[in-house]
Design a protein around this ligand. Structure first.
Ligand code: ATP
Ligand code: ZN
Length: 285
């Protein structure tokens, strides 16, 4: 069939942002996700709404063609799928934490401990690499309470701000994995699905580039232009338009979100005035 079946999390921390990305790609669909399956209106794509843990398996079994899932879940569940693209949202890490009164001296302190986790495969691999001999106690939820109820002496769990750890009297001691949402698929996706995937990726790249950049407009005296051009490389080079007032120009360019404040400060020092910064909707490089 000529549609690309994309598995997304039905409800949870990945759902909303996954669907937002799809919308930003100009793909429209029925937003009520009471159903298991829905088709897009204007793109050859179908959505399967699943529990995140099931997504790697469904993609491996070709029930879905591709899926959006946390790298943590992918690595725990499946080795055969490929990361097609890192999506940059739902960032978190998989870490080992111990009770705050534990006298942690380094990774060797984990030897002989009982560690509770929902990620037994990733943890086992990590401990083996680090040459640590510890017991893994697999539990499916509320891992962070395991030490306080005497179920384990340490935990290996997802951390984002760390506030859950703190409120359970735990301290993060080792980061095993930095995770984010990823688009996953089989290494050998065949035509015509491959072509649909490429069209989708083209749009995802345009959305990501737009989200990572801002359009900037500013006024500057003509003698400051050479310096300002050095600060604003732009896509190719900035646009320069003369103002009605003699000796002044308006410059238009693109700046990276990450460098944004630093660039603005430098621009002001260089003599720029009336700086406007506007979001970019799509950016095709
Ligand atoms: P499901 O019901 O689908 O099995 P779940 O409860 O297992 O959902 P969620 O809590 O919704 O999973 O988390 C989904 C993914 O979001 C995680 O696997 C992880 O990649 C990411 N994630 C988890 N916690 C956070 C967090 N605090 N901040 C950002 N991303 C997170
Ligand atoms: Zn889950």
């Amino acid at each position: 069939m000529n549609t690309l079946k994309l598995a997304v999390q039905k409800s949870g921390r990945l759902s909303e942002t996954s669907l937002k990305l799809i919308k930003e790609c100009g793909i429209t669909f029925q937003t009520r996700i009471a159903k298991l399956k829905a088709g897009a209106f204007n793109f050859p794509m179908e959505f399967l709404y699943l529990r995140d843990d099931d997504i790697p398996g469904y993609v491996a079994d070709q029930v879905a063609d591709v899926g959006i899932v946390g790298k943590n879940v992918l690595l725990e569940k499946n080795d055969e799928l490929e990361i097609i693209k890192e999506l940059g949202f739902s960032k978190c890490r998989l870490s080992i934490a111990v009770p705050k009164e534990f006298d942690y001296q380094g990774i060797e302190s984990l030897n002989g401990l009982n560690i509770a986790t929902s990620y037994p495969r990733i943890l086992a691999k990590y401990l083996k690499q680090q040459d640590i001999d510890a017991d893994i106690h697999e539990i499916s939820g509320s891992v962070e309470i395991a030490p306080s109820i005497g179920l384990a002496q340490a935990v290996c769990d997802i951390v984002s701000t760390g506030s859950t750890l703190v409120s359970n009297g735990l301290v993060e001691v080792e980061v095993i994995l930095n995770s984010e949402a990823v688009l996953v698929g089989p290494p050998d996706l065949a035509e015509p699905k491959r072509k649909i995937l490429d069209q989708f990726l083209f749009r995802v790249n345009a959305v990501q580039a737009a989200n990572n950049n801002k359009y900037i407009l500013l006024n500057a005296p003509d003698q400051a232009i050479t310096r300002i051009i050095q600060l604003l490389p732009g896509m190719r080079s900035p646009t320069i338009v003369p103002l009605a007032q003699k000796g002044w120009s308006s410059l238009h360019s693109v700046v990276k979100e990450d460098d944004f404040w630093e660039v603005i400060e430098n621009l002001r020092e260089a003599g720029a005035e009336g700086i406007l910064v506007v979001p970019i909707e799509k950016m095709i490089l």
